[in-house]
Design a protein around this ligand. Structure first.
Ligand code: ADP
Ligand code: ZN
Length: 726
């Protein structure tokens, strides 16, 4: 017997199958999709069995595999093919694709030993005729329990009578069975489905009755009851004996969301998220592979869950950047993977959002996806009233970072014992120049993204196209000498809050305070119980949370997001504002939203005032068309990196030349230094391609990758449809 093995060495030049002989003693254990240990040069490596082949004559002697690692298959046929598809689409190595698809505990690099724990159970031996046995009363009690319950935990029987148990086992009336003890456990289902509203019913019906298994886009305002619609679709799949995947962005994989699914579906769910230990992830993965968990809820990588028989795939907060893996190969988008898997399983994909990505909405308008609208909140309440505060005006009063309006509004809520959420948009970089007086920032005349400040040359540069200009000291807009390369001091804002509301109980929530396991959940519960008055946090407070007493949401610095040098900065800002506004007034009390900005005229801010997604969409689409951005054009980011800056730039220019000669319908920008130019002593340049249709593209890119695969000094990575270009 011969096997084709893909070894776990993530190097482009050995990313292919190697043939090995299988010793007779291991033949029984060999299956496609398990891992084996093989000799490779002087090393012993792990690898995946991709093929079982017929014995054949070869010129040289083949080596033998050393050991079989898995009893059960880790990559079934669908997942083996999915990995190949992933490889073709992202041009990453095949081995990196398989590694991405599996939990860490199954990766060779991770020499961690994950212990399995077992519990002992007993069951009735069906082969024994009980009427012919002499059975005591005590024994009868144990037998009855096993008859009623099927499998009974050893501990429970010992409590009844250790002696009777021993006898029954020795007479083989009860049989022992070891079952794995998982690190996590889920409570039983405790909630029935809610009576759906007419709007929800309509959407569910429309999706279920659609004859085709295609992609649906549910555009539903915050609080319209999308989650309830997802649960209904999952329930329906369960009734057909099918499984489901629900993807949620990591940030909103709040305990609240998991707990809703858990209440409704009990221990049928498996929740995979970053707060789990590697061992817990491994357990969840096996529960899924064994068919013990039928509903998988998780962040991006949960799309690779080893489910069989998938009935529906749901992607909540479809617009979230977190579905794209952008920091490592393969640079894949979970939405694409969802669609490939749905084609294999012949099932539907449901994308949901209050602010769909432009790409998805454009596809829905073209009829590629089917659009489902949920314009009303379940509770019948209107969306909260949004007030925009012009901070340019506010500066005249010499106050700090909190406007008079926001301060008085917070005071009012506190007096009424209501709660407040304040969003401190911290995601920003100090490397852009902004006017402290009017909030003006410099933009690239070609790409319309914020220019990045380079200290060494005292210049502003565009990290898409490479455009550069000198830094002035006077603001071109307000003529004040107030330019600074620092964002707003967030510490200052906190101090100010403390001063204005001495008696208010402020809960601070961000990545630092919630990184410890269980903290996020604790904080949410405490705030929900009204142990705090004000929740101050970063983006983490924007999504998925549902608090009854919150009637005011304040956005302290709406501009931070607009200044991020990314063509999606308006889209991301609009979407964040809509999400955070959605936290206000979710119960009987009406809500209010106050947005502070130096750019009150900016359309991303203006359209969020009126909750006008369509208005925003149209305006943003016009901008994308004009500047040749998605969804009108596709983008590819070619990342060239290495230890010597000059050398990297030279090679990037060479690549640009090759591309220029072979691609006729593509715009090539750069090379430009990456946003974070030097990282861990590696210098990084980007080339950005914009194209509508370019038949040769993949072939040309593959050639370039091939050319550099043995180059120790230069690394080339490719990111198709990048979500951010850092
Ligand atoms: P979305 O995900 O669209 O923001 P949710 O699904 O979270 O909306 O629903 C908002 C709130 O309304 C939740 O508290 C949910 O429990 C409640 N809800 C949703 N559907 C119903 C329904 N049919 N009947 C009663 N309450 C509902
Ligand atoms: Zn530019």
């Amino acid at each position: 017997m011969l096997v084709g093995v893909l070894v776990e060495l993530s190097s482009k030049n050995i990313d292919k199958e190697f043939d090995y002989k299988v010793p007779k003693s291991l033949e029984d254990k060999i299956k496609v999709g398990i891992r084996v240990l093989v000799p490779f040069g002087k090393q012993t490596l792990e690898g995946f069995v991709l093929e079982i082949k017929e014995e054949q004559k070869t010129e040289y002697e083949l080596k033998e595999i050393k050991e079989v690692i898995d009893e059960d298959i880790v990559l079934n046929k669908e997942l083996l093919n999915l990995g190949k598809k992933l490889q073709e689409e992202t041009l990453a190595t095949l081995i990196s694709c398989y590694q991405t698809m599996l939990p860490k505990a199954l990766k060779a690099k991770n020499k961690m030993v994950v212990n399995k724990k077992f519990d002992t159970f007993y069951k009735i031996n069906e082969k024994i005729d009980l009427s012919k046995e002499k059975i005591t009363d005590k024994q009868q009690i144990l037998i009855k329990k096993c008859q009623d319950e099927g499998l009974v935990l050893r501990k429970e029987l010992v409590e009844l009578s250790a002696f009777a148990l021993k006898t029954l086992v020795s007479k083989e009336i009860l049989l022992e069975e070891k079952k794995e003890h998982y690190r996590l456990s889920y409570d039983k289902k405790i909630e029935e489905k809610k009576q759906l509203t007419a709007e929800q019913e309509e959407v569910v019906k429309d999706i279920l009755e659609d004859g085709q298994n295609r992609v649906f886009l549910v555009h539903g305002v915050t609080g319209s009851g999308k989650t309830e619609v997802y649960m209904e679709l999952i329930e329906e799949a369960l009734q057909r004996g099918k499984t489901s995947i629900v993807l949620v962005p990591e940030i909103s994989l709040t305990p609240q969301m998991v707990s809703r699914f858990q209440k409704r579906f009990g221990d049928k769910i498996a929740a995979i998220h970053s707060a789990l230990s590697d061992g817990e992830k491994y357990d969840e993965w096996r529960r899924i592979a064994r068919g013990e968990a039928l509903i998988v809820i998780g962040a991006r990588s949960a799309i690779f869950a080893p489910l069989e028989n998938i009935g529906v795939i749901i992607i909540d907060e479809e617009h979230s950047e977190s579905y794209k893996q952008s920091d490592a190969n393969p640079r894949y988008n979970a939405k694409d993977v969802a669609i490939w898997r749905s084609q294999y399983h012949n099932c539907k994909v449901v994308l949901g959002s209050a602010t769909p990505s432009l790409e998805a909405y454009a596809r829905a308008l073209k009829g590629v996806y089917k659009l489902e609208q949920m314009p009303h909140r379940v509770n019948g309440k209107a969306l909260p009233v949004v007030k925009i505060i012009d901070m340019n005006e506010e500066m005249k009063y010499g106050r700090g970072h909190l406007s008079r309006e926001l301060i008085s509004s917070i005071k009012g809520r506190l007096e009424k014992q209501e709660q407040v959420i304040l969003l401190l948009n911290r995601r920003g970089y100090s490397s852009f120049v902004t006017c402290k007086n009017c909030g003006f920032t410099f933009k690239c005349p070609n790409c319309d993204i914020t220019l990045t400040y380079h200290k060494s040359s005292n210049t502003l540069r565009c990290h898409y196209c490479g455009y550069g200009e000198k830094v002035y000291s006077v603001c071109p807009k307000c003529k004040e000498k107030a330019l600074s390369n620092l964002g707003m001091g967030t510490q200052k804002i906190e101090e100010e809050l403390g001063k204005c509301f001495e008696n208010a109980r402020v809960l601070r929530m961000d990545y630092d305070t919630t990184s410890r396991k269980g903290m996020h959940e604790k904080m949410i519960t405490a705030f929900k119980k009204h142990e705090y008055d004000i929740l101050l946090g970063t983006q983490i407070v924007a999504k998925g949370l549902d608090f009854e007493d919150v009637t005011l949401v304040g956005v302290i610095n709406a501009d931070t997001g607009l200044n991020i040098p990314d063509f999606r900065s308006s889209e991301n800002t609009f979407s964040l504002l809509a999400q955070v506004a959605g936290r206000s007034g979710r119960s009987a009390k009406s809500g209010e939203v106050i947005i502070q900005t130096f750019n009150p005229e900016h359309y991303a801010i203006n359209y969020s005032k009126n909750h006008d997604y369509i208005g925003f969409y149209q305006k943003e689409m016009a901008f994308r068309k004009e500047l040749k951005y998605p969804p009108y054009f596709y983008l590819v980011n070619i990342k060239v990196s290495g230890k010597e800056a000059n050398n990297v730039l030279e090679e990037a220019l060479k690549i640009k030349n090759i591309l220029g000669r072979s691609l006729t319908k593509t715009i090539i920008l750069g090379p430009s230094s990456a946003m974070i130019f030097k990282m861990n002593n590696i210098f990084r340049y980007n080339l950005i391609l914009k194209y509508k249709k370019e038949e040769n593209l993949r072939k040309v890119l593959e050639k370039i990758l091939d050319h550099y695969k043995n180059n120790q000094k230069i690394k080339v990575d490719i990111d198709f449809n990048p979500s951010q270009m850092l």
